[in-house]
Design a protein around this ligand. Sequence first.
Ligand code: IFG
Length: 524
Amino acid sequence: MINRNHSGAIKTVIIIAMTVLQMSCTTKTPSDLSEESIIPKPVSITSTCDYFTLNAKTAIYVKGETADIIRIGGFLSAILKPATGFPLNVKSTIEAPGSGNIFLMLSDSAETRGDEGYLLTVTKKQLKLVAKSPAGLFRGIQTIRQILPSDIERDSIVERPWEIATGTIVDYPEYSYRGAMLDVARHFFGVDDVKRFIDFLACYKMNVLHLHLSDDQGWRIEIKSWPNLTIHGGSTEVGGGTGGFYTQEQYSDFVKYASDRYITLVPEIDMPGHINAALASYPELNSNGKATELYTGTEVGFSTLSTKKEITYKFVDDVFRELATLTPGPYIHIGGDESHVTKKEDYIPFVERVQDIVIAHGKQIIGWDEISLSTLRPNATAQFWANAANANRAVSQGAKILMSPAARTYIDMKYDSTTVLGLSWAGYVEIDSSYIWDPANYVPGIGREKITGIEAPLWTETITNMKELEYMVFPRLPGLAEIGWTTSSERSWEEYKVRLGKQGARLKAMDINFYRSKQVPWVE
Ligand code: IFG
């Protein structure tokens, strides 16, 4: 017999227990949306403890008939088809579809914040994705991928139920510039490799690909007014391999591939240093009128354009005119790093004149943080990589900062002393090191309001192919993408490493050769 005085208390305990159980979604199928491994971590997730089932009758309805929304529907269909084997036809509609379907639509409703925000609502009857812009829909599709079983990433049919936990996700990014850089100059990577790299960025909602297109060891983009830059300057690479280059047609192909994924391409022609490939291609660019030898080593800081020769500025103008025409994005990266043999009194006016040339061709400049030695033009961005004084000088001139601290974001750094690939001049960068930091307080004086975002450079002195690239990029890239997307107060290493570990099966299904760090509880 329960003592009457206690029955009320017991009733309360039972009600609380039921509520907790309901919230923890105890059924066996994937019915707790908040338990899914989504990277970057969304702003908010509410579970309703049921599940939506994808089946052969499911269609992807898009509201309206714009090319963007049709293409995005097709993109989702192309992701879901291989492993499910379902038709997943894309259909245009003006009103909400019937039960069992996917519905994508654009809306200005308050809940889909910003250019890349989205609202994902999954009920037993429908999966609905709403965004203010096509880019927001595309970012939301990456979340849909991640709340499906990791088998969805396989490229052949997997016979299994395709269930998605129900609930609501409201999401939008912290920073507007969330990117990675691929150095295709030290070792050349072909168009298909660049496209796979773009696929990786798309999966983790990154929106910028910075291509380091020229350096001492190679010139990788065809410039029609200076053809020998690629014919000769593109003919080798670190280690003496055959190198390679992109024709302007190939470059335009992956610019479109990137823009179809709402990824902006930022091309970099590094100058006045890191320029031996150009100096080897054209004697007239050298102060002594003699072409240098092609270089296949890994030293830096030994080359410079002849800042006092007028032909240098014709070269710069021709290169950036052609590159600006090929680049729909707002930025051109002028490099500016490690110009150790350019006198400071020559470097400063050179960088100022190059900025004016890029601006004359309708683009905004980004440069490595040394460019702040010069007077920066309006809308300039300095990419912080090693020198806090340079970054502060840039900010004092009103420039914005793109955060790429080498000790945190350089994914060419070895994980630890046993890593065969990579360099270690900035220290070892294990998974925790690349995750446990906040761009907004990493450099004293560089506050949140000065920062456009974050970028993870992959330098390729020691990286020669896609499998080696994947080993260095994963699993650090997802964490860096999360730092760009998820506000720092919502991030914690202890929680993230478990969520990352759950992506192990997904990375495996995508055939990504990732480093299985012992810091992460991998679930494969
Ligand atoms: N620093 C050089 C890169 C590359 C890198 C390798 C910058 C801006 C070291 N410049 O990083 O060319 O060699 O980690």
